[in-house]
Design a protein around this ligand. Structure first.
Ligand code: NAP
Length: 301
């Protein structure tokens, strides 16, 4: 299988810079050119020596790349794709790391007619943003989901999958719409709930802000980690995955009302049955190596 020898990354925040570090660490022969809209980010990336070249513009960065990866917020994908269209080398593969896939597939396909587009989503991240937040092992043992359109040759999909495997990820191929429904459950709704709970707690009048913070180890602080995630990135995720999130939110609201009823009617059996089931889900996540077994996420006490 043909490995890529020249790769370009556009967008050097948490994910782009982590990928650059992983390429540096695990694929040292790859020639890596990167760019970012922000001059401060470009300067920081150059200072951190994360790439062979830091180009001023996206077009200049992609000029001879065999693989171009867009690591910008989902809402910026279309504009970046239009920006690079005229500069892409013949046969170049354009991919991305966006958290929503059907919208990005449509945006990239529209902006890049005749170009090989294979969207991807590494299901790995933190609540931090920017090039200093990245680290080389971010993708190790995490899933990277590829959502190729049907017309793309299978060997091109395998080639991109091999690239992600080389930087440490496990690879899965999925339909873009299916991806969006799965991620609505595992990522988008949990983020929405966290944003909402943290917002509600900070609006309460009966409990002071300082009490919320002081006693946060009771559970609240685990929501605050998720609710500290990048506002622009998450704004774009909800706008781009509207249907799947709204459908799931309807279901979640019903389940929440059922719990409300169980509490009102002192129905301990219903509560205990649910809490027992959810504890088993936590066990499966640990068994599959997707989190640490250490109590309290391994925090030092
Ligand atoms: P980030 O740390 O905020 O980085 C995004 C970078 O892209 C910023 O430096 C931003 O510059 C730059 N950018 C924005 N618009 C651009 C444009 N038009 N052209 C060039 N650069 C542009 O965000 P991130 O967490 O790395 O997220 C990047 C992508 O990865 C998103 O699509 C997100 O959905 C996906 N993703 C994120 C996670 C996660 O946990 N964070 C996980 C998996 C996938 P400015 O700061 O100047 O705007």
């Amino acid at each position: 299988m043909l490995a890529y020898s020249r790769v370009a990354i556009i967008g050097m925040g948490l994910i782009g810079s982590s990928l650059a570090r992983a390429i540096r660490a695990r694929l040292p022969t790859v020639r890596l050119t990167v760019s970012d809209a922000s001059p401060e980010v470009r300067a920081r990336v150059a200072a951190l020596d994360l790439a062979d070249d830091v180009a001023d513009g996206a077009g200049a960065a992609v000029i001879d790349a065999e693989l171009v990866i867009l690591a910008v917020p989902v809402g910026a994908m279309a504009a970046v794709a239009r920006d690079i269209a005229a500069d892409l080398a013949p046969g170049a593969v354009v991919s991305d790391v966006g958290s929503v896939k059907a919208r990005v597939l449509a945006d990239l396909t529209d902006a890049l007619p005749g170009v090989i587009v294979i969207p991807a989503h590494p299901v790995a991240g933190t609540e931090k943003s920017g090039p200093d937040a990245g680290f080389a092992s971010l993708f190790a043992d995490r899933w990277c989901i590829l959502t190729p359109p049907p017309q793309v040759d299978a060997w091109q999909v395998t080639r991109l999958g091999d690239f992600w495997t080389a930087v440490g990820a496990r690879v899965e191929v999925m339909d873009a719409h299916h991806h969006d429904r799965v991620l609505a459950v595992t990522s988008h709704l949990p983020h929405l709930i966290a944003y909402s709970i943290v917002g509600t707690a900070s609006d309460l009048e009966a409990v002071t802000q300082s009490e919320v913070i002081k006693y946060s180890a009771g559970g609240f602080r685990d929501f605050t980690r998720i609710a500290a995630s990048d506002p622009v990135m998450w704004r774009d995720v909800f706008l781009a995955n509207r249907e799947a999130v709204l459908e799931l939110l309807g279901r979640f609201t019903e389940d929440l009302v059922a719990l409300q009823r169980a509490i009102r009617w002192s129905d301990g059996e219903t509560l205990e049955a649910l809490f027992t089931r959810t504890r088993a889900i936590r066990r499966s996540i640990i068994d599959q190596g997707q989190d640490t077994e250490e109590p309290d996420f391994g925090r030092k006490h």
